[in-house]
Design a protein around this ligand. Structure first.
Ligand code: SF4
Length: 549
């Protein structure tokens, strides 16, 4: 027997009707309000089966837990990529590096997922080696027979991966969780190469011809890449002829075969180079340079989003920080969408609460960035840290600002996000409970979206600091995307995109501190530009206190 919360019951009936009428529902409901159970409840009312699409594998577990608890009769399964499911590969390989046609384990076994996804996968992989079957394809098979399947974004949004699933999507209720990330689905197909990639590929190949092609590519690359922290469009870049690509491809094929036969599949940097050049055939791709690399990136998300426009699909997009409806239209959703805000529907607060402080003497506005400003930010952070009762979570608009400020903070335990930070390491340090930390993260980075610091469901964070309005950098890539989105919507979307992106980063950061209805945090909006009606309304900080150093 499922006992639903008041909002789940009230909003549930409305959502079920809207989905049955053919609308896409955009559900905005805060973290900790019970969105997962809500989605399962609605989904099983609308269809017999559910596809639960999450951003990361970590998000499979809550779905499994709620399903076991409230829908024990429903068969659960999940899909993970080859690099994680394959017992012969290391986790850093690309799917394409794994060539299954040469594998002696290439067969499916009937399996029933009877444990949490990662415990089950661990056991399955060791069983697969003993009994000689493939866990990846066996999970695919199990998923065709399950009532509830969890999978990550690429399996729904990348056409060739979706087709490989062999699922009839119209039979499912499709839930896209943390759907504000849909904005970034085009990153799923981006390809990157740099001098190091080519250097490592040279060590992989055997023929002198292939080595020569790669050596010349390496020399050429140096002329084009620049060490900027933002995307710079390249109209010209090092090219390879079809014949050269074919020579590299033949070597790649031999290497893939060798690794599978040796039962030790590792990452092939040669594969990254081939994939980079293959993807350039797509007219939606542009080549940029950023941080000494070449990046091939799609600029139009509609190729990926288009699947949601299929009229026979039942779809709900949900998040605690969802973009407005017209943003989804600008991204390429053409079907009728209905926006449901669970708090507005019920006129009730469904998550924890916070008070707000706005500082009037700092800003990260570009013309006012200087050493003195970074000192002021450092002073604020120290003051907040010394007065906090638990850990302090702070976000910065960019790595550059994060570095400029945190280099001035020496006397306190600091956990600083870098491009190589691991969420698990930070959680481990914080959870030991020996020290109170200042956590410094970058907006839209790994920590601000993915870290959950809780003890028995209660947040371990007492203060959230927004150190500057986290607007995205307007670089060549963003300009091209804005152009595409403006064209689609028939109006200039720059302000909409800038404000929405910054607001989501702010709300995500606040969400790191509020994990359930009882949590309470202090929110420090350290930028004088927050002292405007529009921002106070968006962040829900009408009764904020104004502060100065
Ligand atoms: S076990 Fe074999 S068939 Fe399965 S994913 Fe790995 S290489 Fe492919």
């Amino acid at each position: 027997m499922i006992t639903l919360k008041d909002w789940q019951k009230r909003v549930g009936e409305k959502v079920i009707n809207l989905i049955r009428e053919g609308n896409i529902v955009l559900l905005q409901a805060p973290t900790g309000s019970g969105k997962t159970l809500f989605a399962l409840y609605v989904g099983f009312q609308v269809k017999e089966k559910i596809l639960f699409v999450t951003r990361t594998h970590n998000e499979f577990y809550p779905v499994y837990r709620e399903a076991k608890r409230f829908f024990p009769d429903k068969k659960f399964s999940f899909i993970v990529g080859k690099p994680i499911a394959c017992p012969l590969s290391s986790a850093d390989v690309d799917s394409e590096d794994i060539s299954c046609k040469y594998c002696e384990l290439l067969s499916e076994k009937d399996i029933v997922v009877n444990d949490s996804p990662f415990n089950f996968l661990k056991k399955l992989k060791s069983q697969a080696l003993d009994e000689k079957f493939c866990p990846y394809y066996s999970l695919f098979k199990a998923s065709t027979e399950a009532d509830l399947v969890t999978l990550t974004y690429p399996y729904i949004f990348i056409p060739w991966l979706r087709e490989g699933l062999g699922l009839k999507l119209s039979e499912y209720f499709i839930v896209v969780d943390e759907a504000h990330n849909i904005d970034n689905i085009i990153d799923l197909e981006e390809r990157k190469i740099n001098e190091i990639t080519v250097e490592l590929a040279i060590k992989e190949v055997k023929s002198e011809k292939a080595k020569e092609i790669l050596r010349s590519l390496k020399e050429n690359l140096k002329k084009y890449v620049i060490n900027e922290d933002k995307y710079v469009l390249l109209n010209d870049y090092p090219k390879l002829t079809e014949e050269e690509i074919q020579i590299l491809y033949d070597e790649y094929e031999d290497l893939r075969k060798e690794l599978v036969q040796q039962k030790k599949i590792r990452k092939l940097h040669l594969g990254s180079i081939i994939k980079f050049y293959k993807i350039l055939d797509d007219e939606n791709i542009r080549v940029f340079t950023i941080k000494n690399s070449l990046v091939a990136k799609p600029i139009d998300s509609s190729t990926y989003i288009d699947i949601l426009n299929e009229p026979e699909l039942s779809v709900m997009l949900m998040s605690g920080t969802l973009q407005p409806l017209e943003y989804f239209q600008a991204l390429g959703i053409t079907r009728k969408m209905v926006y449901i805000d669970a708090e507005q529907e019920t006129k009730k607060k469904l998550s924890g609460s916070y008070d707000c402080y706005i500082s009037l003497d700092v800003t990260t506005s570009y013309p006012l960035r200087n050493e003195n400003m970074w000192k002021k930010y450092a002073s604020y952070l120290l003051k907040i840290y010394y007065n906090s009762s638990k850990h302090v979570f702070s976000i910065f608009p960019s790595y550059e600002i994060l570095d400029n400020v945190t280099k001035l903070i020496k006397s306190i335990p600091l956990l600083k996000e870098s491009e190589n930070s691991s969420i698990e390491d930070i959680i481990e340090k914080v959870s030991k409970g020996n020290e109170k930390y200042l956590i410094a993260a970058v907006a839209r980075g790994k920590l601000s979206e993915g870290i959950e610091l809780v003890n028995e469901g209660q947040s371990l964070i007492s203060d959230v600091v927004i150190a500057g309005i986290p607007y995205p950098a307007i670089d060549d890539y963003l300009k091209l995307r804005l152009e595409m989105m403006s064209k689609r919507l028939g109006k200039d979307v720059q302000q909409l995109v800038m404000d929405t992106t910054a607001l989501i980063a702010v709300k995500q950061a606040i969400g790191r501190g509020i994990r359930n209805e009882k949590d309470f945090v202090h929110v420090w909006l350290l930028d004088k530009r927050f002292d405007k009606i529009l921002w106070k309304k968006k962040v829900n900080c009408f009764n904020s206190k104004k502060i100065r150093l």
